[in-house]
Write a protein that binds this ligand. Structure first.
Ligand SMILES: NC(=O)c1ccc[n+]([C@@H]2O[C@H](COP(=O)([O-])OP(=O)(O)OC[C@H]3O[C@@H](n4cnc5c(N)ncnc54)[C@H](OP(=O)(O)O)[C@@H]3O)[C@@H](O)[C@H]2O)c1
Length: 281
């Protein structure tokens, strides 16, 4: 075995042990996929640099973990901001054995206005047989537009989604056969998924973040600085409850995000990686 292959094999073994059983949970309703939200951030909480400039945050070990994680999902979703900025491949490659395109997770782009260029790498890779066919979700009425036609001519599948809200996006993806979805960013997508609610709780209104089943965050030991790009998350319940404080009102309870609990943590090179799963309510 070459040194390079032995290295990939070691990283694969650490990743598969760490992620064992991580996507075996069931979504709270059968009408949407199991949702993993995952991203890498600096220790001061940023996911990209100034004005959204791409930062290489994951080291080689945690990057290999992310690629293994991709193989556990049917689709990988990013926003059009990430496509325009990074031109990503969204495939599982840093592995001892690279899955063929048909067994790769399907790339999904949230692109309300169809701003993605037909020359993007996802489409080029699909045309050359090196990537799975990407799916672009846009607002209703755009599929037949000039831009829609040129994306389709380049190999895109385009699906219109009324509203482009998360319950609708997840429901459409589920109807297209996506049972396990990995959401990888960028900043606006992370924030909007954190803030989104299901409407399936007993009271009829879910809690912010309750469409996320699992959260996997890589923290790199770097600082990006205050003019960098981050995300907001909901108001969480106090990690250390203040016993002197009176009990939260129903309104405060309603505004508090869904509860997550740490399931695992490990070091991948210099990066710390945590897995949280949403506590069942
Ligand atoms: N550190 C990490 O793990 C990581 C991972 C991925 C990306 N990134 C970084 O993130 C940066 C890009 O982030 P970004 O915030 O500019 O872009 P983004 O989150 O990738 O995409 C945002 C765009 O997606 C579209 N969109 C459609 N439906 C949406 C919905 N329901 N929620 C949110 N967005 C929706 C919107 O554009 P339309 O209105 O035109 O549809 C929105 O402007 C890049 O620098 C990239 O390197 C970091």
């Amino acid at each position: 075995m070459t040194d390079e292959r032995a290295l990939l094999q070691r990283r694969y073994e650490q990743s598969s042990t760490f992620l064992r059983g991580s996507t075996s949970g069931e979504p709270s309703t059968s009408k949407r996929p199991y949702v993993t939200l995952t991203f890498a951030q600096t220790v001061d909480g940023y996911i990209s640099g100034r004005k959204g400039r791409q930062l290489r945050l994951s080291g080689d070990e945690s990057m290999a973990m992310t690629h293994y994680l991709r193989t556990l999902h049917d689709a990988i979703l990013v926003g059009v901001g990430t496509l325009l900025n990074d031109d990503p491949r969204l495939s599982a490659r840093l592995l001892p054995q690279i899955p063929p395109p048909d067994s790769q997770p399907r790339p999904v782009i949230l692109d309300t206005q169809l701003r993605s260029p037909p020359t993007c790498r996802l489409l080029k890779n699909y045309q050359s047989g090196q990537g799975r066919q990407p799916l672009f979700l846009c607002r209703t009425g755009l599929k037949g537009s000039e831009q829609g036609k040129s994306l389709e001519a380049a190999g895109a599948t385009i699906v219109e989604v009324t509203g482009m809200d998360w319950p609708s996006i997840l429901s459409i993806l589920h109807s297209l056969g996506v049972k396990r979805l990995m959401v990888e960013g960028g900043a606006q997508v992370i924030e909007s998924l954190f803030m989104a609610r299901s409407t399936s709780s007993a009271s009829g209104i879910g809690r912010a973040g309750d469409l996320i089943d699992q959260l996997i965050v890589t923290v790199s030991p770097n600082f990006a600085g205050s003019d960098s790009t981050g995300y907001k998350s909901p108001k969480w319940s106090d990690p250390v409850p203040d016993k002197t404080k009176k009990q939260a009102s129903a309104e405060e309870e309603e505004q508090t995000g869904a509860a997550f609990q740490v399931r695992k943590k490990d070091w991948f090179g210099d990066d710390a990686v945590w897995i949280w799963t949403r506590a069942k309510t």
